[in-house]
Write a protein that binds this ligand. Structure first.
Ligand code: ARG
Ligand code: GLU
Length: 737
């Protein structure tokens, strides 16, 4: 299957119908009453490749878009794509001035703020606002990537390769072609060039990009705003979080990417978002433009069964325990809080999302729907001759997915329990040292290598608290022992038994005796000689790491990687067949951290028949949930003052400051920080989350339950100007009339 045609016959017909109906003022009501089409066919589902938007233009205009799609993306460098970046490794950000000013989420800037924070510069408590350019703080290691252009190179990558060619051969031929294509585009354009697979490797696109690495922190609200509601409100609507932060992109000579240099200048961009502060109302058309990370919308039912039966439940169970321990220690000691807050947010984030996912998949009976779909698919496949492989696909899927449950179960427990203990993770370093000690190196080369290795460990201890981790060990190993009876690696079981199954005693021994638990002793490792290998082999944390890694490498990983390779092959053929099976449907590729556009309408939600949630929250709602006793719900005094004095500047709407709003956009992890745009492509907010009831949209999008959550741009600007006192930043922004 080459050059997939995104057919949209049904929708094209509806455009015609809608144009006709629009002539009557009752048109819309009439339309809605007479044609109660299920919303799914309105194609709010989907994360589209920007370069293919022409095929969706009619539908987007029907839904409300007023600008040509070529303003959103085009090949001549003037598209809005030039105002969007992949922020760090997994978020999105957008330019809001011609001088590199960049808006993203608070939780996306969290790691950078943490690296710049200390107990006397606690940006989580007090926030950070640069009052002039010299106060913008360099963020080591942070990069942003612009997507300049993309092109479909499917034909070149797959030319002459039969569909059913095995992946090994197919990949090796494709890889050679891909390398040549990348090289060619790189030379021709001067940009970085990467070819990425789409539609389960049925399509390939080359993506031309530019990565900047001098990024500086400009504005970061305190957690009382940026993380307000904490994990209790994470993935929840209604929401009260001002989840935004502001950075600036700096460039070197010629406005080109350069490493940090004091002399670098703000990056000048011809494209940045104009801001619209007129607000949103129910039914408004919106778009979210950013980098969704992973979805699996076309999965075989057996794969879904693994997610709901093994993967999600084990992760949730282990993380519940992990978070309890961390939270207990963080609540007792601010220093521990500071060390663990970023790690904690990451672990908690997945934990809650998967809980929502399980509930949503269950409530929507997604498994039943998949099975029913597969029945129809099979009937079609049995009869059709174009794709002779199609009729055996489901059968093969069944064999594949049926065979790996136990491996997957063990793998999940290994990862989420033993390997979740930080000291055990850190023992990987000892293993590397052991590898060096065994190499035939000269004394000086060995000393050199070990020194470098040990020096790299410092970052770990900055954010490590031993008593916390030790409690974690006891809790997680107890869970592990209970669920891995008869499945533990032999070497580990022997150690466990040597403590008579007393895990607390085992913890005492490990945390008192391991080199990894003692950064001072660890430093001495750089002077070790090959004869010292045995000291690592006797290290009690390394022994755990080693037992689990080895058993996993020998007994689990090979089976699982064979499985995922086979699944990849089947997924490719299955999607190809699905697209032939449902020719009327608009297929979009699963998320793969490439730039996508999704569109949907501002829309309140009633996840069950009883509750109704408005589409917007306001500062009044924040004040209403203020709770000085709870750290996550403590509204900063200054914000309360502004509220009491109604000192709202120009940001209020009917006397209220809007905070967050929801819309039915199909977003995913990675869309954090994405611009949410109005019909004219103007910035109205920053996407930061999804509602709990709809997190299953990575597998199944239901427009009745799935909502993306955005910070209203007016709240952002109110906080910047009135709370942060950084009104100087507004001077470089453009406001739409
Ligand atoms: N749910 C948001 C997303 O998936 C992250 C929000 C971070 N905040 C938090 N309280 N953990 O990334
Ligand atoms: N918070 C998510 C992120 O970091 C976006 C929410 C989602 O997964 O939809 O990407």
């Amino acid at each position: 299957m080459r050059g997939i045609v995104l057919k949209d016959k049904v929708l094209m017909e509806m455009v015609g119908l809608q144009n006709f109906l629009n002539r009557s003022i009752f048109g819309f009501v009439f339309f809605a009453m007479c044609f109660a089409v299920p919303q799914r066919t309105l194609a709010r589902e989907g994360m589209w490749i920007p370069a293919t938007l022409a095929s969706r233009e009619a539908n987007m205009k029907l839904e409300g878009l007023t600008i040509p799609v070529k303003d959103i993306y085009n090949e001549d460098g003037t598209g809005l794509n030039n105002a969007i970046v992949l922020f760090g490794r997994g978020c999105t950000g957008e330019l809001i001035s011609g001088k590199g000013l960049l808006l993203t989420n608070h939780h996306c800037g969290y790691g950078s703020a943490q690296r710049l924070s200390s107990t006397d510069k606690d940006y989580f408590s007090y926030g950070y606002w640069a009052m002039k350019p010299e106060e913008e703080l360099p963020c080591q290691g942070l990069t942003v990537t612009f997507i300049r252009k993309m092109a479909d190179v499917t034909d070149r990558v797959l030319k002459g390769l039969p569909d059913t060619l095995n992946d090994k051969t197919r990949d090796s031929i494709a890889m050679k072609r891909i390398t040549a294509i990348e090289e060619e585009y790189r030379k021709q354009s001067g940009y970085d060039a990467t070819v990425k697979p789409f539609y389960q490797s049925n399509q390939y696109w080359v993506i031309l990009s530019e990565t900047f690495s001098d990024i500086r922190l400009v504005g970061f609200p305190p957690n009382g705003i940026g993380k307000f509601g904490g994990d209790a409100e994470n993935w929840v609507w209604p929401r009260h979080t001002g989840d935004f932060s502001i950075f600036r992109v700096y460039a070197g000579a010629g406005n080109k990417p350069a490493n940090y240099d004091k002399a670098n200048k703000p990056y000048e961009s011809g494209r940045f978002f104009h801001i619209n502060t007129s607000g949103v109302k129910e039914g408004d058309f919106t778009m979210v433009y950013g980098f969704p990370g992973t979805t699996d919308e076309y999965a075989y039912s057996g794969r879904l069964r693994q997610v709901t039966g093994i993967i999600d439940p084990i992760a949730i169970q282990a993380r519940t325990i992990r978070l309890d321990v961390w939270n207990k220690h963080a609540a007792a000691d601010r220093a521990v809080f500071l060390k663990y807050t970023a790690k904690n947010a990451g672990i908690a984030n997945g934990w809650k999302k998967w809980k929502g996912e399980l509930e949503g998949l269950e409530l929507n009976k997604v498994m039943d729907k998949k099975i029913a779909y597969e029945k129809k698919f099979q009937k079609w496949a049995d009869k059709q001759t174009d794709l002779p492989f199609a009729n055996d696909l489901l059968n093969q899927f069944k064999n594949e997915t049926g065979g790996v449950d136990t491996l997957m179960y063990m793998d999940m427990y290994n990862r989420e329990t033993v390997m979740g203990i930080e000291l055990v993770q850190q023992s990987a370093l000892l293993d590397k040292a052991l590898g060096c000690l065994r190499l035939p190196l000269s004394d000086s080369a060995l000393a050199d290598t070990l020194k470098k290795l040990v020096a790299g460990a410092d970052g770990f201890y900055k954010n490590y608290d031993l008593p916390t981790d030790k409690d974690e060990f006891t809790a997680l190993m107890t869970l592990y022992a209970a669920h891995m009876k008869g499945k533990m690696p032999v070497a580990l079981e022997a150690i466990y038994k040597s403590f008579g199954g007393d895990i607390a005693k085992w913890a005492d021994f490990v945390f008192a005796g391991s080199l990894a638990a003692n950064p001072v002793l660890l430093q001495q490792l750089s002077g070790w000689k090959p004869g010292d290998s045995v000291r690592i082999q006797n290290d009690p944390a390394w022994q755990i790491w080693h037992a689990v890694s080895q058993a996993s490498a020998e007994k689990i990983a090979p089976g699982l990687s064979r499985y995922s390779a086979n699944l990849r092959y089947l997924n490719r053929l299955y999607l190809e067949a699905q697209m032939k099976f449902e020719t009327e449907k608009s297929f979009y590729p699963d998320a793969n951290l490439t730039l996508r556009l999704t569109y949907g309408k501002v829309s309140a939600m009633s996840p069950d028949k009883k509750t109704h949630y408005p589409f917007q929250t306001t500062l009044d709602d924040i004040i209403a949930v203020d709770d000085p006793q709870k750290e996550d719900f403590r509204v900063p005094e200054k914000l309360k003052d502004l509220y009491l004095k109604k000192d709202f500047g120009r940001w209020a709407d009917n006397g209220k400051i809007p905070v967050a709003f929801i819309a039915a956009n199909h977003t995913s992890g990675g869309n954090s920080g994405s611009p949410i745009l109005n019909t004219r492509g103007e910035l109205i907010g920053t996407n930061f989350d999804r509602a709990y009831e709809g997190t299953m949209s990575d597998y199944y999008f239901d427009p009745n339950r799935c909502r993306n959550i955005s910070v209203d741009i007016r709240y952002t600007l109110f906080i910047v100007e009135k709370f942060g006192g950084a009104g100087w930043l507004l001077n470089e922004m453009e406001f739409a009339k």
